[in-house]
Design a protein around this ligand. Structure first.
Ligand SMILES: [Zn+2]
Length: 440
């Protein structure tokens, strides 16, 4: 199948947009990117006349909990995550949420933990054409140590028996010691998990003192080495500076949240190529200026401290060239997975942190593809790359809020040359003289 886009405002994923561009897609790839010309258009025959609409790479959601479907903050820490509903219900939620991501212009998602092997299972179902959805880099369970912050406070409720040293319940896996961590990671690798999720520290809008830790150095090393030996990557929920530096040194691939990162951490990340998901929407939603009741329910002081700190350092993150990717804990009751919901996070980096919209969209496109492990294959509009594309009615670089209304503003979502959402008409160019006369 061949698709020819004519008269696009082209945002290629990293440079300023250019008007009057043509892009040709054949099979699953982009085969040509060139200025509009009559020759190109006539040779193409049927084409899509974009009339200056924006053509840009599909975006990546870098922290995706597919099965979060309205989790209440007040319930976190009371019971094991993802045990509130039966397994099949969680699957239904995940299918719905993957649809929201696709509708919102996300052609890829990087898992940040799920229950019941949902990421790997739905990835199979999408590959087999049973459901439509974005590309998935699949995560699995949270890998925890006993009594870390994901081990519920309600310790008097019986927990499942350990099997071979591993305790699995809902979205959680508990293990201890380096040998336990190796077993935990291999348990996940056997299930085709590609992204291992760990909790080196607690915190993120709640206090977690700098001198505390949730994993030993030997446990961290065991996880990262075991994952890397088999080609998986490791992402860590980390908020303290010392733990970030220790994990970067050990070769962790993604730092999530990173509430207290500073210039020293940024420098270490750039040197090591560590990726970063700031996830500031979560904090913004809990700020006093945010939704009133919610703000009161949160422990305000740590939220304000984290948000204000990140607000100041994010321009340094952008300037230093850290591989930042947007993504957040969508599916909490106050920031649901929904069409357009993800755009609110992009606006935080632009409006609160003062980072140019183009940079933030580069995080979502070019950097997102890097986080997917497809840095040479997708994320930019270039000949030879996979055709994961969006057509936007308007210019998101000038007005990011367009992405908040994707049902109105996104005319096409294409993955690997296949339009999964498409309401653009095809026209056939008149040839030769007739065309010249018609054009006057
Ligand atoms: Zn998360």
């Amino acid at each position: 199948m061949r698709t020819f886009f004519h008269n696009a405002r082209l945002f290629d994923g990293e440079n300023d947009p250019v008007n009057g561009m043509s892009v040709v897609v054949e099979g699953e790839r982009i085969i040509e990117v060139a200025p509009d010309s009559d020759e190109l258009r006539e040779a193409a025959g049927e084409h899509i006349e974009l009339g200056g609409k924006t053509l840009m790479p599909g975006m990546t959601q870098g922290h995706f909990h597919a099965d979060y479907g309205g989790l209440r903050l007040a319930d976190v820490g009371k019971a094991y995550l993802s045990t509130q509903k039966p397994a099949a219900y969680n699957v239904a939620v995940a299918i719905e949420n993957l649809g929201h991501a696709l509708q919102s212009g996300y052609t890829s998602v990087v898992g940040a933990a799920c229950s019941f092997d949902i990421d790997v299972s739905l990835k199979m179902a999408i590959a087999d054409g049973r459901i439509t959805g974005p590309r998935i880099r699949a995560c699995g369970l949270h890998i925890n140590t006993t009594s870390n912050e994901n081990d519920p406070n309600s310790w008097w409720i019986p927990a499942p028996e350990r099997q071979d040293g591993l305790q699995i319940v809902g979205a959680e896996l508990f293990a201890d010691g380096a040998e336990g961590m190796r077993k935990a990671v291999r348990h996940q690798l056997r299930r085709k998990v590609e992204v291992i999720k760990i909790f080196p520290s607690g915190g993120h809008g709640i206090d977690f003192p700098e001198h505390l830790r949730s994993m030993t150095h030997a446990e961290l090393e065991a996880v990262i080495t075991t994952a890397h030996e088999r080609g998986a990557i490791v992402r860590g929920h980390i908020t303290t500076k010392s733990m970030m530096l220790e994990c970067i040194e050990l070769g962790i691939d993604i730092i999530d949240h990173g509430d207290y990162l500073d210039e020293e951490v940024i420098e270490a990340m750039v040197k090591a190529g560590t990726m970063y998901v700031p996830s500031m929407l979560f904090l913004k939603k809990l700020m006093p200026s945010g939704e009133g009741e919610l703000a009161r329910a949160s422990q305000l002081e740590p939220v304000v401290r984290s948000f204000e700190h990140l607000r100041k350092v994010m321009p340094l993150v952008a300037k230093a060239g850290v591989i930042a990717v947007p993504g957040d804990d969508y599916g909490l009751e106050f920031m649901m997975h929904e069409a357009g919901g993800y755009a609110e996070e992009l606006e935080v980096y632009v409006n609160d942190c003062g980072i140019p919209a183009r940079d933030v969209l580069t995080w979502a496109t070019r950097n997102g593809a890097i986080m997917m492990g497809m840095g040479d294959e997708a994320g930019l509009i270039r000949a030879g790359r996979l055709a994961d594309l969006l057509v936007i009615d308007g210019d998101p670089l000038a007005d990011l809020s367009l992405l908040r209304r994707p049902l109105e503003t996104i005319d096409m979502v294409m993955i690997g040359g296949k339009p999964l959402k498409d309401r653009l008409a095809r026209t056939v160019a008149a040839k030769g003289k007739a065309a010249a006369m018609a054009a006057g």
